[in-house]
Design a protein around this ligand. Sequence first.
Ligand code: SF4
Length: 214
Amino acid sequence: MKASTMKKGEIVVFPDNCNKKAPSFRSNKRISDQLLRSLLERHRTYGLEKIIPFPIEKIDVAEWVHLKCQFGCSQYNTNWCCPPASPDLEKVRAVLQEYSQALLLIGSRQCKDFYLNNAKRRAEQVRSWKEVVGIERQLFLQGYDKAISLVSGSCALCKKCTYPETCRFPKERRPPIEAFSIDLIGTLKNLGISTPVAQNTDDTFNYYAIILLE
Ligand code: SF4
């Protein structure tokens, strides 16, 4: 019976087969090499070099990551995308159970003024954010409706985060990997990837983002 033909107060009995699972919009399949290649080609403007698919079980989460945010990061309690505004470890574990695969995005850049020029650093960060969120959007359009990005670095879309006042761009903001209590180095090790720490400001350094998928 169509909703428009129902009378007010009428009890509607659904047919027996209404419990059958409707075909999902989700792809729930291994992401194709062809799609990965086209995403990389389309979004490599700002230094993105690799996109690596991997099973969600390879992601390492740990309490100590939160500790590093709380003691040692200037963004703690000052940014909507960072602790304590981001999900706690229990919530993160529950969220990860709802995903089956992920993409690791690896880019590299050089920023000699990393510690000296905030405006330049922020501009670079917003560019890589655009790249990652652009890929997330493409994935959504391809049927990966649960795709969500965990980006590199705390949200820098505004010069100064409005936290704890209302966020200016709630649709655009994404949490950094560490705000999800993800041990990035441990996760990279699980994937057989070693990542040397940049020692000098002249060194090229890698940045990483993760997109969760089902
Ligand atoms: S969009 Fe602006 S206000 Fe919102 S979390 Fe990012 S920096 Fe903060």
